[in-house]
Design a protein around this ligand. Structure first.
Ligand code: NCD
Length: 310
């Protein structure tokens, strides 16, 4: 069965069935990724353009590896090497590249809505690889994958999403996806980082981290988005760490069997302490591994693949 969406721009448009298909197909690709020869012909002959207009290490390499392992042909375009810096409009750039018959654009941009703008200038499929403070849907898929692998299910789980909520596209995608799958997100952050209207998402929001920690199955830490503060006052690293950082004392309050996630890159010593980041409870590297498999799944399904990847 195909996905209900043409593009992957956000998680609010995805049904539970879409998400389940991506996670299940991701499982088949995780198996491919554990082989000595990590390549399948699933997207042979397809052309994918990676348009990364904002710095990115793990997301970009994750998409590039996913494309190679699906045997797609890919083209990497970055900010400083594309004609966008010569003053060409994004619309013209997209129309020009589209005229070369490409099948998919993967776009990361600092301006929210850029991936949507691309869809208006091409017939190709578009994946949002993170746009401003808006959405980062493939991050949510790899997060759900990691959580589901650990617990065996997603429904009825409680997930605390902690930290810089108001600047976070990761929370923007994760909250609706968790809700669609029957889990309960709880937002936790200092008042200056809280979202203006948690009722819009239909979730609870609090500043009391110590009260929430023993209640949840997953503590999902967000990176403090130092580059997106726009001059707003932020607490010092030490102060933030004292009030909202996950240290050994707070980790010891967590439920047995519960896990810690973080999208990376981690600000060690700020939202997470070294000893916690490197503890077996932290699934940060499992999330990275899941990223390649779930991105393979999303690209494969969006380009018309059937559910059984092999
Ligand atoms: C996230 C991003 O860029 O939004 N990181 C990522 O995709 N690896 C999270 C973050 O930068 O905080």
């Amino acid at each position: 069965m195909a996905l209900s969406v043409k593009h992957l721009l956000d998680t609010t448009s995805l049904t539970a069935d879409d998400i389940t298909q991506i996670l299940d197909t991701g499982r088949s690709f995780a198996e491919v990724n554990s082989r000595a020869i990590k390549k399948v012909p699933a997207l042979r002959g397809r052309t994918i353009v990676n348009l990364f207009l904002e710095p990115s290490t793990r997301t970009r390499s994750s998409f590039e590896l996913a494309e190679k392992r699906l045997s797609a042909d890919s083209l990497n375009m970055g900010g400083s090497t594309s004609s966008v810096v010569k003053g060409e409009s994004l619309a013209d750039t997209i129309q020009t590249i589209s005229a070369m018959n490409v099948d998919m654009f993967v776009c990361r941009a600092s301006l929210a809505g850029t991936p949507h703008l691309i869809t208006e200038n091409t017939d190709a499929v578009v994946i949002n690889a993170g746009d401003g403070k808006h959405q980062h849907p493939t991050q949510a898929m790899l997060d759900l994958y990691t959580i589901r692998e650990h617990f065996g299910h997603l429904d009825s789980l409680k997930v605390a999403i902690v930290g810089d909520l108001s600047h976070s596209r990761v929370a923007g995608s994760l909250v609706p996806a968790l809700k669609t799958m029957g889990a309960t997100p709880i937002l936790v952050g200092p008042p200056t980082f809280q979202v203006a209207d948690p009722a819009y998402w239909g979730v609870e929001q609090t500043a009391d981290l110590d009260a929430v920690i023993p209640e949840v199955d997953v503590v999902y830490l967000l990176r403090v988005q130092l580059e997106r503060m726009g001059g707003a006052a932020i607490p010092s690293k030490r102060e933030y760490n004292r009030l909202f950082g996950l240290d050994e004392r707070r980790r010891s309050l967590m439920r047995p069997g519960s896990i810690i996630c973080h999208p990376g890159p981690m600000n060690r010593g700020m939202e997470i302490m070294h000893e916690v980041a490197d503890s077996p409870q932290a699934k940060v590297l499992d999330q990275v591994t899941a990223g390649v498999a779930t991105r393979m799944a999303a690209m494969y399904l969006l380009l018309g693949g059937e559910n059984d990847a092999r």
